[in-house]
Design a binder for this molecule. Structure first.
Ligand SMILES: [Fe+2]
Length: 308
């Protein structure tokens, strides 16, 4: 079976200064500002993977065009970078920036492909409000903007994300869909549901929003937590998230044996079970895609523990 893996951040260069640290290749928010908004190597690699994956689905080209516009938009990039600066430098939290949002988009596209291959209809398809490609467009738009609200703060960030995302979402969707007001209405609303519902703390109703929620929970590899761990001074509430994520070696999304999607989390320490049980499992259980997912945790290559 062809395994599809997620991406995550790399460790910072040795000798970095904590105040200047940034999860994409050690580049600082300040140096990015001075250099203009250039994408890091990791961001560009993810852009390539996202566009290649959408192309492989052989759709009409609309979703690919939408993805290209979001990935190349300077305002989106600046907002993703500032959200990350607040998350890491101010809040001492983990990556909520351009690499994370691209990783979530990539995870979500993989899952959308798997449910389509299994013959599962998206909410738009089953409601006859749109096609698979419209669902995909909403999913990738929502994923690429879902954490913009971290620029304001952690509390209720999913709601801050929604109003920060709205003007960009509206502008880019109109660039792609022109005067097709039906598609604009559908994709914009669905993307906003995915953004405002991604934390699993409020009800969502579409399968598309459920996919984004799970895709977000799947970005838990240790690269995402390493920089906040390196920055950590004295112990504080929430450290369990960083320490547990630091033991996640690999996360694999592929076709399941019984259900369309299998998520396997490989870890080097039992503390990683916190990520699976308290973060990912809760998100899956709260969402609309639960019945399509198998979830496994594997400790040091041992016998897989099945949750779903
Ligand atoms: Fe996120």
């Amino acid at each position: 079976m062809n395994k599809k893996r997620t991406a995550s951040g790399e460790p910072p260069a040795a000798g970095f200064h904590p105040a200047a640290v940034h999860p994409e290749g050690g580049r600082t928010p300040e140096s990015r500002h001075a250099a203009g908004s250039r994408r890091s190597g990791k961001e560009l690699a993810l852009d390539g993977k996202i566009l290649e994956k959408i192309k492989s689905l052989r759709l009409s080209g609309e979703a690919e065009k939408l993805a290209e516009k979001f990935l190349r938009d300077e305002e989106v990039q600046a907002m993703q970078e500032y959200a990350n600066s607040v998350s890491i430098v101010r809040l001492k939290y983990n990556d909520h920036g351009p690499v994370h949002m691209r990783t979530v988009a990539y995870n979500a596209i993989i899952m959308m492909d798997l449910i389509r291959k299994a013959g599962v209809k998206t909410s738009l398809e089953s409601e006859e409000s749109g096609g698979f490609e419209d669902s995909l467009g909403a999913v990738l738009s929502g994923a690429l903007l879902h954490d913009l609200g971290m620029a304001i703060g952690r509390q209720d960030h999913e709601l801050h994300s929604a109003y920060l995302a709205y003007p960009i979402l509206d502008r880019i969707i109109r660039e792609v869909y022109g005067m097709n007001y039906q598609k604009i209405a559908v994709i914009r609303s669905l993307a906003l549901e995915a953004i405002s519902g991604h934390m699993g703390n409020r009800s969502i109703y579409s399968l598309e929003a459920g996919i984004v929620q799970i895709a977000d929970g799947c970005d838990m590899k240790k690269g995402r937590a390493r920089i906040p761990l390196a920055l950590a001074g004295s112990p504080r509430m929430g450290d369990i998230h960083q320490y547990s994520a630091n033991s996640i070696e690999e996360l694999t999304i592929e076709q399941g044996a019984e259900k369309p999607i299998s998520i396997r989390v490989d870890m080097s320490s039992e503390v990683g079970l916190f990520q699976v049980e308290e973060v990912l499992l809760n998100k899956i259980a709260a969402g609309t895609a639960k019945s399509y997912v198998e979830l496994y945790a594997v400790l040091n290559g041992g016998k897989p523990k099945r949750y779903l």
